[in-house]
Design a binder for this molecule. Structure first.
Ligand code: C2E
Ligand code: SIN
Ligand code: SIN
Ligand code: SIN
Ligand code: FE
Ligand code: FE
Length: 415
């Protein structure tokens, strides 16, 4: 158990730390881990508010986790409960009050709320002490509920949560709420940015973006499993990578319509301007330091690099667009990145994007048939594309055809 000084230090440290992470899932993991450590609790959950309901969004449970093989994730469903006085979490969200229940199986008859045994029964757990605090923003809105379960004494026996912990946990919840609200906002802004880029280029629509993202995460998952990347890590990366892949061409919003919508081959000068969409896209995420910002910048910047070093934009300084020191070719142009110099997300989106561009109609080209498109990859493996990833791509074709049916291109007259 933490002593008083350690608790204070944790709180202070946490305010700064939570202020830095912008990724919602990582943030919830952090909040719950620290809150539980604070009061030495076996389990806990976070509910996030969606209008008049609470969504069970994240949970941890040491007892259940110990029964699983190492690295395996605790499986749970994101059930919802109404915000009303009938449940413990609902009551706390509705009233904004903290509830410290010494034994959830022995609730007095006078209280309006009941303990929902559904979760316990499904997973084989028995909840006793429950401390539930509202997640209030600075404006006083409840954005969710933090629930800590089964406080333990130094021998591991379950005990009630000491009342003196309540105030501390409330402080903690307020800090967490502000960080959570910001993480949600960041995610919303990203989803809107994707929509805006799609509006700019309606013929390509969301379908292209969704297909590229779907192909890319499938390739990533297979690659990561082959490399024995931890399952939890893969799950975490999936969401981040999906959104990053959707944003790969977001820099095109800054390219003029005369170039972007030219119904013919681009001149050399026009193509040089078009190539800037990689740098322009990456700059949008330059000041962010969440995992999502970093991944989105890496994908936007690197999705036109080639395995053999003949791609673009190469080793550039993002702020100036010029070659990085030491990477200039004799003509002053930056050297292209090669092989593993290109981040793996960039190498994957390179494959997903070209396949989708070839098999779709563009304003400047007809759609190619599958055989002709696949030839590009047979010929390009080890030159244009990472050979290991190209092989994985070929093993995914069945999935890829499924995705094409799921996100078909819209014709102009349907827009
Ligand atoms: P995009 O249409 O999304 O195409 C992505 C990538 O798919 C291209 O990157 C290229 O590697 C591949 N690709 C597309 N069409 C063909 C093709 O007919 N043959 C081959 N071998 N590969 C193809 P790239 O070339 O760097 O182009 C980047 C973006 O520049 C394209 O994105 C598109 O928006 C624009 N663009 C490229 N060429 C033209 C063009 O001739 N006319 C117009 N209007 N835009 C072009
Ligand atoms: C989300 O809604 O948070 C995820 C969006 C996506 O992955 O497409
Ligand atoms: C986007 O990537 O969001 C815009 C659509 C495109 O130009 O490919
Ligand atoms: C790789 O490039 O093979 C892995 C490193 C990365 O995540 O980019
Ligand atoms: Fe691109
Ligand atoms: Fe694209």
């Amino acid at each position: 158990m933490l002593n008083e000084r350690e608790k204070l230090e944790t709180l202070i440290h946490l305010s700064t730390e939570l202020g830095q992470s912008k990724d919602l899932d990582i943030l919830m993991e952090h909040i719950l881990t620290e809150a539980r450590r604070f009061v030495n609790a076996d389990a806990g959950s976070i509910y996030l508010r969606d209008y008049e309901t609470l969504i069970f969004s994240y949970t941890q449970n040491d007892t259940l986790q110990r029964k699983l093989p190492p690295n395996e994730k605790l499986a749970y469903v994101n059930f919802t409960i109404p915000i009303d006085e009938n449940s413990i979490a609902g009551f706390v969200a509705k009233t904004g009050r903290i509830l410290n229940i010494p034994d959830a199986t022995k609730l007095p008859a006078t209280v309006p709320y009941h303990f929902n045994r559904r979760f316990d029964e499904r997973v084989g757990y028995s909840t006793r002490s429950v401390l539930t605090v509202p997640l209030n923003t600075a404006e006083g809105d409840v954005i969710g509920v933090l629930q800590i379960i089964d406080a333990q004494d130094e021998h591991g026996n379950v005990m009630p949560f000491p009342p003196e912990e309540e105030r501390m946990l409330m402080h903690f919840a307020n800090t967490a709420a502000v960080a959570l609200e910001r993480a949600k906002l960041t995610r919303d802004i990203i989803l809107r940015t994707i929509k805006m880029a799609q509006m700019r280029d309606p013929l390509e629509t969301g379908a292209h973006v969704n297909r590229v993202a779907s192909y890319a995460i499938e390739i990533y998952e297979r690659w990561a499993k082959k490399r024995k990347v931890d399952g939890k890590e893969i799950t975490k990366k999936r969401d981040i990578f999906r959104m990053s892949a959707m944003l790969h061409d977001v820099g095109k919003v800054a390219i003029s319509d005369t170039i972007l919508k030219k119904p013919a081959k681009l001149s050399e000068e026009e193509f040089n301007i078009m190539k800037q969409h990689t740098i322009l896209g990456a700059r949008l995420f330059l000041d962010g330091f969440s995992e999502l910002d970093k991944a989105a910048a890496a994908v936007a910047l690197n999705h036109h690099e080639r395995w053999d070093g003949k791609g673009y934009p190469g080793h550039v300084d993002l702020r100036t667009g010029l070659s990085l020191a030491g990477y200039a070719k004799p003509d002053g142009q930056p050297r292209g990145k090669t092989r593993e110099e290109i981040p793996v997300f960039g190498r994957i989106v390179a494959i997903a994007d070209v396949y989708d561009a070839l098999t779709s109609a563009r304003i400047y080209k007809e759609a190619w048939d599958e055989t002709k498109a696949l030839k590009i990859f047979e010929e390009g493996t080890g030159t244009q594309f990472d050979p290991e990833l190209t092989e994985i791509f070929f093993s995914c074709l069945e999935f890829i055809h499924f995705v094409q049916q799921r996100y078909p291109d819209k014709r102009a007259e349907n827009l």
